[in-house]
Design a protein around this ligand. Structure first.
Ligand code: FE2
Ligand code: FE2
Length: 197
């Protein structure tokens, strides 16, 4: 297991931005999924992926929560909505500030920001690091915690949300990511009694 304490200064610097849109739950959970995927993909860059997943959503901090829900989650084209684009632009801006303040090189900052930029609205990933971050971003939704939080965001029930994300398994970028999501969803369905609820 890698020593992850080298990222503690980044967590601390990003802490104010974690208090938006349940980032303080989504990001630690997705960060942990990222570490699992990294262990299975030795060709990926562990620092770039870890920093990118840690910072990818901090741009939500700049956007009003009501707008996030109505436009970013419950609208027809929510994945390409203006607030989605805005959270990516703000993520690059704030992420750059955090990484500079914590001493990361220009090269690392450029690689991390390349992933943050368009992480929701760009249709295709650039490379393996990008694919690992995209799968890490999705995996937490298959846990009980993610289903609970995201069902509220989308204005549906846990069962309704579980069905929705089951239909999105084909969107995973890696085979390991998809398998982990399937396993997590099976566990979540049992724990949440979704065969009756
Ligand atoms: Fe995002
Ligand atoms: Fe995210």
């Amino acid at each position: 297991m890698r020593d992850l304490s080298l990222y503690d200064p980044v967590w601390r610097a990003a802490e104010p931005y974690m208090r938006a849109r349940k980032n303080d739950v989504h990001i630690p959970l997705s960060f942990a999924w990222c570490q699992k995927l990294l262990a299975l993909h030795p060709g990926a860059d562990a620092d770039i992926c870890s920093l990118a997943i840690l910072l990818h959503d901090i741009g939500w901090y700049s956007i009003d929560m009501e707008r996030i829900l109505t436009e970013g989650f419950r609208s027809e084209n929510f994945l390409t909505s203006d607030v989605r684009v805005l959270h990516e632009i703000e993520g690059v801006r704030l992420g750059t500030e955090v990484l500079k303040a914590t001493g990361w090189s220009e090269d690392v900052i450029a690689q991390v920001c390349e992933i943050i930029d368009g992480h929701d609205t760009r249709s295709t990933p650039h490379h393996l690091n990008d694919r690992i971050v995209r799968d890490s971003d999705k995996l937490w939704r298959y846990e009980v915690t993610g289903i609970s939080v995201a069902a509220d965001w989308f204005g549906t029930t846990p069962g309704g949300y579980a069905d929705r994300i089951e239909g999105e398994l084909h969107k995973f970028e890696t085979d390991h990511g998809r398998r982990m999501a399937e396993e997590a969803l099976d566990i979540s369905r049992a724990q949440l009694m979704l065969h009756v609820l």
